[in-house]
Design a protein. Sequence first.
Length: 382
Amino acid sequence: MMDPSVEMSPTTSKSKDRVGATSASPVLSGSEKYMKQLQSPSVRKLFSENQTVQNLHMIHNLKKNYRHRKLFEIWAFVVALVGLVLMLVENEVVMVAESPSTPLSEALKTAVSISTALLLVLIVCRYQSHTNIYKLQNILPPTASMMSVYWPVLLLELIVCGFHIPPGLSGSVPILQFRHTVEANATLCRHPKNLITRIQGNSCYLSYSYFYDTSVGYGDYAPVTYAGRGFLTFSGILGGLLILSLVQSIFFGALELTDNESRVKYIIDKSRWDCQRREAAAKLIQTQFRLKKQQQQHGTNPRLVEALTLHLFECMEHMHKFVRGEPRNVRTFEEEMDAHIGGLLRDMDDMQRQEDAVLARIQDKIRRLNAACDCILSSQAS
């Protein structure tokens, strides 16, 4: 009988000596055998022909760019928020000191300038990652750059986010605020009043006190402390949001579509989507034809070719959006569960009715059998 440890092949079933010599060789582990198989020329050729490694590298780069873009957006938000807080602190320092410039305000301006420069760098890096993602997804051509595609939006965002008061620049801007009208009845005093004067340095100020309502509708007394003002403001905002949410929920409940209306809307959206998809496909084919015709000519215009290439990739992106945005009449998870539970309940009711019918037939047969037995017994007794 053959030893089961010996492999059934022509090369290993020749003699026991050869088997013993083979068993004396060092035994490789499973991972080493797997790595040795991966390094074989046939496997390398298979990977090179199928471009599996290139596809894996592309997926890895795409995930890395997505991760970098998310990090750039988060850090840009944090840096912008820190810059706003520093600006508010700098304004508070200047207001308390009653001077356009102090050493602390200059230090805060320097910190604001550093945070602004860091924010601009993060914005540029975010646009660069966004461009790399679009190039890997074939939405933009491989030769496209960030400045050639997004330069208007990038320039506008850099100008808006980079505006700040640099250190070393300070001053004051007078603001005139008219709190009363120029009507004589509102400005003239009907009887003499004691006017309060205040002297500060070489200037003399005339003080006049008047009362006005600063509340938000919760009473005649305005809060004095900062905590009270903050609580009052937060309560006013929260109350407005609650009222708005209530009105919005009422309107949404009244405008909710029924099942039949949803089906009609789906048919209309589907027909409109088909028409727009055909138009986008026709534009894509037309742009590809123009680009091919322009490339086949001898005196080609590089700018025209580049413009047609960008337009071609825009049409491709438009087609991708149509593929992803196909209208569907899909019910929600709650609706699916309700329909499933309703079907189960109906099936259980049918089973209960069938069971009741079977029990009724059995009881009827039992009664007839008892009647037949009584007849037989009575006939035998007679």
